[in-house]
Design a binder for this molecule. Structure first.
Ligand code: XBP
Length: 283
């Protein structure tokens, strides 16, 4: 199976932007408009189940019913908070406060060198995604990605598959020649809902989520001197490893094969077998 494109999620996958980036900026925005609201690390983890900054503020208002000064109309308040949060967030990025996760730069550069096409599929607003690429990867990095599908570009955010379907359509590729890289259960549901085999790199907020549908689950993408741990999806689970273009090809092949076998099984085979990756440990 030929790997033609890598499709990256942004927040939590390219960088740990949520806890120390978006969350902090939301709290700054609350203070900026004179609200006493505060999102703790733990509460933000729960609110992350709602994708999208505007949607997250709305869910918080509905669930917690925090005090809202009477001069604010709720819709204007949400729009104002979100706009100010994005300003604080991108200011922080431009001060260099957020770095890429291990292996992200390495894999992207390797993919570029080997002619693998690159795309982004994110719930974040375009200005936030672009600012992260420019500040953490390279000033011209947005141009490395053929498609940057972000924010409200599709009506239904993750876990709906819409943003991934949009990316496939823009790339003009079928799902089985692409590999998605995600960090959350919602992101995994969105990518696999569009039929795209998916590698998950967990983080502190998502480690305990369910990733049964993933082709491979890693602690991060891995560096030669800092390999990842394989958490699931390989006979080498628990071993150190790193996702390269070569291992991405193996993961894709195994995943597509496993799906073919499953389809065959559903059609009437009495025995079901599963394919697993042959991801080689690096040490
Ligand atoms: C992550 C999200 C976003 C950000 C905030 O998206 O859920 O909502 O927390 O984004 P992804 P905005 O993992 O798909 O990159 O405030 O820009 O909406």
């Amino acid at each position: 199976m030929t790997l033609k494109a890598l499709i990256f999620d942004v927040d939590g996958t390219l960088a740990e932007t949520e806890r120390d980036g978006h969350r902090v900026a939301f709290n700054q925005a609350f203070a900026n408009v004179g609200l006493s609201w505060h999102w703790s690390i733990a509460r933000y983890g729960e609110l992350l189940h709602v994708a999208g900054g505007k949607e997250r503020i709305r869910a918080y208002i509905e669930q917690d019913q925090p005090p809202i000064p009477t001069h604010w109309d709720v819709e204007t308040l949400i729009a104002t908070l979100h706009q100010r949060k994005n300003q604080y967030y991108t200011d922080g990025l431009r001060r260099g406060e957020v770095q890429l996760r291990p292996g992200v730069r390495r894999l992207i550069l390797e993919a570029r060198a080997q002619g693998i096409r690159l795309a982004i599929a994110t719930t974040s607003q375009p200005e936030n995604a672009l600012a992260l690429l420019e500040t953490a990867l390279a000033p011209d990095a947005p141009g490395w990605f053929e498609v940057i599908a972000a924010g409200d570009i599709v009506p239904h955010k993750k876990p709906a598959p819409d943003v991934y379907r949009y990316v496939l359509q823009q790339l003009g590729l079928p799902a089985h020649v692409c590999l998605a890289i995600e960090d959350t259960e919602q992101g995994l549901t969105a990518a696999t809902g569009a039929g795209i085999p998916t590698v998950v790199t967990v983080n502190d907020y998502t480690r305990e989520q369910s990733f049964a549908a993933a082709a491979l689950v890693l602690t991060h993408l891995g560096e030669p001197q800092h390999p990842a741990q394989i958490l699931a999806g390989s006979p080498l689970a628990g071993q150190p490893a790193m996702l390269t273009v070569d291992t991405a090809r193996q993961v894709l092949q195994a995943s597509v094969l496993a799906n073919d076998v499953t389809v065959f099984h559903r059609a009437g085979s009495s025995s079901k077998s599963t394919a697993s990756t042959d991801l080689k440990p690096v040490i």
